[in-house]
Design a protein around this ligand. Structure first.
Ligand code: FES
Length: 111
């Protein structure tokens, strides 16, 4: 299990949830009722699942694909540790993952 901590844009902790290996970070966020839109539900046609990963945790993730990097170029407030939550899979070796929802995250789908 991975302990996923979701932080608000101002850096304060919002929620901590445990999630199993093999889950997508986007699904974990939705289950935790985080305001992360994910409009295309993971078919790489939006950047509304943009999250900022803690630098230490970011270093442990497999590299983003070229397609993901291209979409991140469209994301507001992207940083060097930005990822698309629909492309991040939890793995067995991942004990914790600290994730910040960027400012002005949209939640047009009511999630
Ligand atoms: S949900 Fe659209 S790219 Fe992740």
């Amino acid at each position: 299990m991975t302990l996923v901590r979701f932080f608000r844009a101002d850096g304060t902790l919002d929620k901590e949830v445990e999630a199993a290996a093999g889950q997508r970070l986007l699904d974990v966020a939705w289950a935790a009722r985080e305001p992360l839109e994910g409009a295309c539900e993971g078919v790489m046609a939006c950047s509304t699942c943009h999250v900022i990963i803690d630098a230490e945790d970011f270093a442990t993730l497999p590299a983003a694909s070229e397609e993901e990097e291209d979409l991140l170029d469209l994301a507001a407030h992207a940083t060097r540790t930005s990822r698309l939550a629909c492309q991040v899979m939890l793995t067995d070796g991942m004990k914790s993952l600290n994730v910040r929802i960027p400012p002005e995250a949209r939640n047009w789908m009511g999630r």
